[in-house]
Design a protein around this ligand. Sequence first.
Ligand SMILES: Cc1cc2nc3c(=O)[nH]c(=O)nc-3n(C[C@H](O)[C@H](O)[C@H](O)COP(=O)(O)OP(=O)(O)OC[C@H]3O[C@@H](n4cnc5c(N)ncnc54)[C@H](O)[C@@H]3O)c2cc1C
Length: 379
Amino acid sequence: MNTKVQRVLVSGGGIGGLAVAGALARRGVAVDVVEVRADLEVTGIGISVPNNALRMLKTLGVLDETVAAGYVFDEYVRRDAAGEQIVALPCPSSSDGVPGYLGITRARLAGILRTAAIAAGARLRLGVEIEEFTEGPQAAQVRLSDGREVEYDLVVGCEGLRSPLRTRLFGAQAGPVFTGYSCWRAKPKMPRRVGAMTKFAGATTDAGLVPLTEDEMYLFHVTAEPGNPYHEPAGWRDLLEERLAEYTGLVAEVRENLPPAEEIIYSPLFEVRLPAPWHTGRAIVIGDAAHAVVPHLSQGGSQALEDAVVLAEELTRRTLADALPAFMARRFDRARHLQRLSSTMLVREMTGPPTDREELGAELSREMASVRAYLDQPV
Ligand SMILES: Cc1cc2nc3c(=O)[nH]c(=O)nc-3n(C[C@H](O)[C@H](O)[C@H](O)COP(=O)(O)OP(=O)(O)OC[C@H]3O[C@@H](n4cnc5c(N)ncnc54)[C@H](O)[C@@H]3O)c2cc1C
């Protein structure tokens, strides 16, 4: 532990795992990635990538490909359920030419991160997971489900919301907590009709449209689902249609153009608030495994990317014993603060439409300005 890491196992090949694998491999560390899924299929439709995440993609050397594969925009627009505009707020670009916001398909973003990680030298193994993990003074001993037994200096768990490594290290009580709300996502069978992140305030629900490409956009719809009921997937289209009933205008058009049930994604929204530290001597969890957040400021993937970049910097700058606390010092407060801001925004958006539009516009302007100032800070 008094030396810098040379061999790292990354468990989980999602956004955080591929990013940290690429970042470490680019800095000369030998990296293996194990991903439990046997295929490269990516769950989810699109993802909104704000400026703070785009800055991380720049550090990872993949900003240009990401921008070319996505749809850049520079506004956040709030409308009512009929589509009438309440306020349009800028998403400023940072001074070094990184865009303010971007929508991209999840498959494309994953493909970019995977290609970069492999090109940097990371070895990706699909259909494999950790079966046994023991920490020793000289190394972590890992037995993998493909039968291999390998020693690493550090294991990085990027296994998402239900991370088995987190449970192994910190127990089941550190697991996800349901927020009371869920998000429905769908790519409507109609061309893109928004040029910016556009949210529509319903009475007790909130809908949004995000541009993905020149031709495509996706819908997200947040609803209260007390008790986290199970909804049969075959009924998801009908349920989404019902839940969008109050909307007129553009969202009503989208409702009439929903894809079949099997193309709709229903996600109960959970948070993970793992107390510090997120590490032991030779293992650490990052991304959703440590701090899953509701999607209201597009910070889940963004914080996973910030974790990845900062962890790679600290691990290649210091000994392992010093790097993990240094990582926590840079990451814990920021991730926790953004969880709180995102959760506040979720609750406010779900408590009904604005009664005074001007007041709401002014309040949103203030709130978003302070969020932007926070996100603009260096990580
Ligand atoms: C409705 C919704 C909308 C969202 N919208 C946005 C958005 O617009 N912008 C944004 O930034 N974020 C958004 N997020 C959050 C974002 O998707 C997550 O924060 C992000 O994917 C976290 O990355 P991760 O690498 O930590 O985990 P994941 O992306 O979940 O990746 C985990 C990976 O680990 C693998 N895995 C699991 N268990 C094991 C195991 N035992 N061994 C090996 N591999 C394993 C999984 O198969 C998966 O590939 C949204 C989330 C939701 C639910």
